[in-house]
Design a protein around this ligand. Structure first.
Ligand code: KG4
Ligand code: ZN
Length: 379
């Protein structure tokens, strides 16, 4: 069944069209530039940007779908131009494209309430207008399934070998889940405060590196071979559970920076020198990643599962991927990452893929009017 999926859970307006595990069309409109100067996502700006862009993103996704599947190709000959999008708006054209869509999938949570609402409203509107069933998806399920998302040619082909130990590492989440079977999850550990990506973002902000912090920190750390010069604390490693806590690390980083400012000669009017920034960024990243690796090792030992899936924005990081690969090698296991870079961050393709499995089990929304966002929806 072909599914049109929408995700507006945070700062990406995303729409995709999927068929089983294949992505036929995928559009992501990132708001990152709008939030950059504020050093993080501003809810009111996110809401407005989603509202302004959602129609455009839906139309673009439909247009890519038309081209990739050659549906209605007779109706349009000018690819890629804004004219195509305008042409698409014609009611007849869109409704004929919707004839090929079996259902609409929507991220119901977790995420930013005002942002989720925009996508849900649009999904309901389209479902009613084109008489489609609605499928509600948990955003975290999307990050789990992102390792199995295929391109339109059906690659990568790897099949499911349950159970998996999943680690989601994003800006909003850091948690361990046992992925037992399709749509069957058990959360076995999570962060008690900040998420790993959030910690990286906050550290980057303290260093004046802008938002989002993860990619900049990765680049700076790589330039000095990921040196762990300062050896910042690794939180929660002594506890026996599989929970995380990154806010203490952030605070100790903050006081470390403050102390340096007052005790040492102030570099360049209070700004830390570039080489210093690299050592600080790299050491902070190592503290976060070492914590993730040690806890993952603990999770492998406790669950006896050595097949891993890692999802979420932070796994775009090549250093973390390498550390995870090295870890599973020790346990003769394997680790799966999202197969394409766009799948590490927020996107609607992963939501569509989950929805495909839900459709197979007839898990449609019973009453569309009753559907509401669940900002703190856990698995
Ligand atoms: O999954 P995602 O796009 O959004 C959420 O659902 O939170 O994750 C965003 C997070 C941000 O904290 C960002 O700094 C982090 O992922 N991130 C990275 C990298 N790219 C994005 N962290 C480390 N290294 C990266 N290359
Ligand atoms: Zn996400």
């Amino acid at each position: 069944m072909k599914i049109l999926a929408i995700d507006t859970s945070c700062d990406e307006t995303a729409v995709a069209i999927t068929d089983g595990r294949k992505v036929l069309s995928n559009v992501i409109y990132s708001q990152v530039l709008l939030h950059k100067k504020w050093g993080g996502v501003v809810p009111s700006i996110a809401k407005r940007a989603h509202e302004e862009r959602i129609d455009f993103v839906v139309e673009n996704a439909l247009n890519n779908f038309r081209r990739s599947t050659k549906i209605l190709s007779r109706l349009n000959s000018s690819p890629d131009s804004v004219g195509v999008v305008r042409h698409l708006v014609s009611k007849n054209f869109v409704s004929r494209l919707f004839d090929n869509i079996g259902a609409i999938a929507i991220t119901q949570g977790p995420g930013l309430a005002v942002a989720l609402e925009v996508g849900i409203k649009k999904a309901k509107e389209l479902a009613k207008k084109y008489r489609k069933k609605l499928i509600a998806v948990n955003h975290l399920e999307g990050h789990i399934y992102s390792a199995f998302v295929q391109n339109s040619q059906g690659n990568p082909k790897q099949d499911f070998k349950f159970p998996y130990l999943v680690l989601i590492v994003s800006g909003g989440h850091t948690e361990f889940i046992i992925f037992k079977n399709h749509l069957e999850y058990q959360v076995i550990g999570e962060t008690l405060d900040d998420a790993a990506g959030e910690a990286l973002d906050k550290a980057a902000k303290l260093l004046g590196l802008g938002y989002p912090g993860g990619p900049v920190i990765e680049r700076l750390a790589k330039e000095i071979n990921n040196e762990d010069f300062h050896h910042f604390p690794r939180p929660m490693l002594k506890s026996n559970d599989l929970n995380f806590s990154f806010s203490g690390l952030k605070t100790s980083f903050y006081y470390f920076l403050k102390k340096r400012e007052t005790s040492e000669v102030k570099f360049e009017q209070n700004k830390v020198r570039t080489s210093e920034v690299k050592l600080l960024a790299s050491s902070f990243q190592e503290a976060v990643f070492d914590t993730l690796i040690k806890k993952t090792e603990k999770a492998i030992k406790q669950t006896g599962i050595n097949r891993l899936i890692i999802g979420g924005g932070v796994i775009a990081n090549m250093r973390l991927r390498k550390l995870m690969r090295d870890l599973v090698k020790e346990y003769k296991g394997e680790v799966l990452f999202p197969s394409y870079k766009y799948l590490t961050g927020d996107n609607a393709a992963m939501i569509g893929i989950v929805a495909g499995f839900k459709a197979e089990k007839n898990l449609f929304v019973k009453d569309i009017n009753e559907l509401d966002r669940i900002p703190r929806w856990s698995l």
